[in-house]
Design a protein around this ligand. Structure first.
Ligand code: ATP
Ligand code: MG
Length: 276
């Protein structure tokens, strides 16, 4: 089970994060990036963070330590921002913390080289968990003390949003064309040969045991949190066996024209072409 602490001070929101994570200090004197159960993305994004983060770390990739943080919403009382106030109010109890890496910088492919073997391991891992949130637009990779660190796995494991269709969804391949590390010639076959045998039932059970019961409870179709843990583990075991053969790395898609209306972008509106 992840270590548990208690938040003692809300420091500041991280506005670049869509889920409005915040920096908090905890009673172990640590500083953490806190992801809130009350955020719009819901508790499943926290489940995904724990499963992916703990799995990646056990496969030898760098992920900042993940912990459980108890929150008493009163610590946000003096917080002037209403959005933050409401988020804290909606997130009393257990939340997720990630060790804050002070002085880390966002990954920049022009400033940081990644070799094909390392790129392959990260792309293979992202294919395994179906992480579509490590694109060149938003790499969710930090560089800290000269090393690459993986963050933000909340949008992975897409199949857990619809368990009745999960097996079919997880059987699909992974398009890495837009992946932040695609330009580094990721050696996915080598990574698959190295990492797939390490995704054993024992390793997956250890990873799933890190997810707090209360984030797994009351899932329709599953009588207990443990039954749901088994479903996650079985699916990842199946996918690990073959996903390496189903990763495609093509040309990156160009940045799409903004969908914002012309009065906002200063450009004439695009004809939609769609029948109304
Ligand atoms: N452990 C960390 N140490 C230092 N900075 C971090 C850490 N985790 C996140 N950050 C910073 O906070 C930003 C937001 O974090 P993150 O991407 O996890 O949030 P999110 O709400 O899931 O974002 P997104 O909009 O990408 O979905 C990151 O881009 C990074 O700049
Ligand atoms: Mg992010």
């Amino acid at each position: 089970m992840l270590r548990e602490t208690c938040a003692i001070r809300y420091v500041t929101p991280l506005r670049e994060g869509g889920s409005l994570p915040g920096i908090v200090e905890a009673d172990d004197l640590g500083t953490y990036v806190m992801k809130f159960t009350g955020a719009g993305q819901g508790r499943k994004s926290l489940v995904s963070e724990v499963i992916c983060g703990e799995l990646a770390r056990r496969l030898g990739l760098r992920v900042p330590e993940l912990i459980r943080i108890r929150l008493d919403p009163v610590i946000g009382r003096g917080e002037p921002d209403q959005e933050v106030q409401e988020l804290l109010k909606a997130s009393g109890g257990l939340n997720l913390g990630m060790d804050y890496l002070p002085g880390s910088i966002g990954f920049d492919p022009l400033a940081y080289r990644v070799d094909a073997a390392q790129a392959g391991r990260i792309v293979w891992f992202d294919a395994l968990v179906n992480n579509v949130d490590r694109s060149w637009r938003n790499p969710n990779l930090l560089v800290w003390h000269g090393d690459l660190w993986l963050i933000d796995h909340g949008a992975a494991l897409i199949w857990h949003h619809n368990w009745p269709t999960a097996a079919a969804s997880a059987a699909r391949g992974y398009d890495a064309s837009d992946h932040a590390l695609a330009p580094f010639g990721p050696d996915v076959p080598a990574a698959a040969a190295e990492l797939a045998p390490r995704v054993t039932p024992a390793l997956l059970a250890e990873v799933l045991a890190q997810v707090p019961d209360e984030w797994l409870a009351d899932e329709p179709g599953f009588a207990t949190p443990d039954a749901l843990r088994v479903a996650y583990a079985d699916l990842l075991a199946d996918r690990a066996a073959t996903i390496g053969e189903r990763v495609t790395v093509g040309a990156p898609t160009p940045d799409r024209a903004s969908q914002a209306p012309g009065w906002l972008t200063g450009r004439p509106d695009q004809p939609s072409g769609a029948a109304r």
